[in-house]
Design a binder for this molecule. Structure first.
Ligand code: AMP
Ligand code: MG
Length: 482
């Protein structure tokens, strides 16, 4: 594991995190003071030097960082809390969720001027744990580490991973499994559900304070609660269009997993699609397909309607607020359609909108679905011979290609290469990586990270990571990160 540059290794250093906490200074209704619960034998297994540098964090010695990122030692300047929130889970309102297995250590303001949360996930029980043990096992921790960093490299807003530590303890899931803690970084951990809890309880003072806080932190130009709603809506539109563009399926788009900052948050049973089908679902708990690939835009609208419902509670003129909020949410499907179309037009290598684009995109997707074409490899290779190999019946592609060629601009292949990744964290590779790490081998974890840092670059030495799973490697379902 590369902890710090080789020159720095020689000096004895102490971990320094320049905390500048704001949420912990809000009134106690928003959280519970909570320190992480110590673990038996912390072992640092990953540390993100690039992210640490942006955050102004001075790395310390490995042993010290293991203590801090496993939760055994609270770093100087931290003010650890578990945040309160509620949320609709699979459409059903749960009046109280909250950080049941996470603790917000505090915030930093980076060299880029951005404020970021630093949270430990898997750090033990809190007042919001309900029946849970407050812990995470190594699999979901490494999945979130790899997939969130891959998302970042793809250019998609996301929480990030600063560190991961094994706990030396066993957690009981389907089987006894090695425990771990993830140090997660987010623009904030404010969720739609954070607003819902205070709106539902009728605590208007807290709702207003939270609204002001969110505006100041994320949408400083927003004009009041409806301005905030507009800002979050636009951020979610961009985010969902980007997910669709890389074939990402979040898996649990509950309102407590819907970020006010518009970042991808809570990587549980998420996955990138291999062969394209709009109804693809991976999550073992999503039996109705509520969060299937093609449902994600509709669900994002549904989630924004919940945010709207919460925000309007504080408006003095309720009738006018309902009207404005309705207009904001009702505009979302068209905005999503537009963003989606712009995304996919670019994926086809087309930079200018033209009549017939929507049909050209839909036609390709339909042929891909009928021919079990690999989503990533088809788009990456559009206009090149390799694309037709993705189709059960290559003629289905050839027929489409004729239409595309009549429309394609001169620089299409360059646009295609810059827009369509060669590398995504394929689910079977993620599962293989987890299995290896459980057996003590972190080489696949290191390799995935190294390759996924440059997803738009051809990396011939790693071509095997571009292949869809062999029949025996297919992962049918991914499980919740609990
Ligand atoms: P999630 O589905 O991971 O977004 O989690 C939904 C809710 O369940 C959140 O309030 C989590 O904090 C809580 N939760 C999930 N796993 C655990 C666990 N192992 N122990 C305690 N709470 C948990
Ligand atoms: Mg969650």
């Amino acid at each position: 594991m590369a902890i710090v540059g080789s020159g720095l290794m020689l000096r004895r250093m102490t971990l320094m995190i320049p905390f500048d906490n704001s949420y912990a200074r809000l009134p106690g209704v928003f959280y519970s003071k909570q320190t992480p619960v110590p673990v038996r034998a912390p072992r640092l297994v990953a540390f993100n030097t690039d992210l640490a540098a942006v955050m102004g964090i001075t790395p310390g010695e490995v042993e010290e960082m293991a203590q801090v990122f496993a939760g055994n030692q609270v770093p100087e300047g931290a003010d650890p809390i578990a945040q309160l929130y509620a949320g609709h889970q699979f459409g059903h309102y749960n009046p109280q969720l909250g950080d049941g297995r996470a603790v917000l250590l505090g915030e930093t303001v980076g060299s880029d001027g951005l404020r970021r949360d630093l949270q430990l996930k898997g750090s033990g029980r809190t007042p919001y744990s309900r029946q849970g043990d407050g812990r995470a096992w190594l699999g979901p921790v490494l999945r979130e580490y790899v997939v969130s960093e891959a998302m970042h490299a793809l250019g998609i807003p996301t929480t990030r991973a600063l560190a991961a530590a094994e706990t030396g303890e066993t957690v009981l899931r389907e089987a006894p499994l090695p425990g771990a803690v993830l140090a997660r970084v987010a623009s904030s951990h404010l969720r739609v559900g954070t607003f819902q809890v205070f709106a539902a309880r009728g605590e208007m003072g807290s709702l207003k304070q939270l609204t002001d806080y969110a505006i100041a932190r994320h949408y400083p130009l927003a004009d009041g609660p409806m301005g905030l709603l507009r800002g979050v809506r636009d951020a979610q539109v961009k985010l969902i269009a980007q997910w669709m563009g890389v074939g990402f399926i979040h898996g649990v788009m509950n309102t407590d997993n819907s970020s006010i900052a518009g970042e991808t948050i809570d990587y549980g049973p998420c996955a990138f699609m291999d062969s394209y089908h709009p109804n693809t679902v991976y999550s073992s708990i999503d039996r109705m397909g509520r969060y299937a690939y093609s449902n994600q835009p509709d669900i994002a609208v549904w989630n924004m309607a919940q945010l709207a419902t919460s925000l309007i509670q504080q408006m003095p003129d309720r009738e006018a607020a309902v009207e404005e909020a309705t207009e904001i949410v009702h505009a979302m499907p068209d905005l999503l359609q537009e963003a989606w179309q712009a995304q996919f037009r670019r994926k086809l290598g087309l930079t200018e909108a033209q009549e017939g684009d929507a049909e050209l995109i839909a036609d390709l997707l339909q042929r891909m679905a009928q021919n079990q074409a690999d989503f990533t490899n088809t788009f990456r290779n559009l206009g090149r011979a390799e694309a037709r190999d993705q189709f059960l019946d290559p003629v289905a592609y050839d027929d489409w290609l004729v239409k595309w060629q009549a429309r394609a601009e001169a620089d299409a292949l360059e646009v295609i290469a810059a827009t369509n990744p060669a590398f995504i964290p394929r689910n079977h590779r993620v599962e293989q990586m987890i299995q290896a790490a459980v057996d003590g081998d972190y080489a696949p974890f290191q390799r995935l990270q190294k390759v996924l840092v440059a997803p738009y670059k051809d990396q011939p030495d790693h071509a095997d990571l571009q292949s869809p799973p062999a029949e025996t490697e297919v992962v049918q379902a991914t499980f919740c990160g609990t």
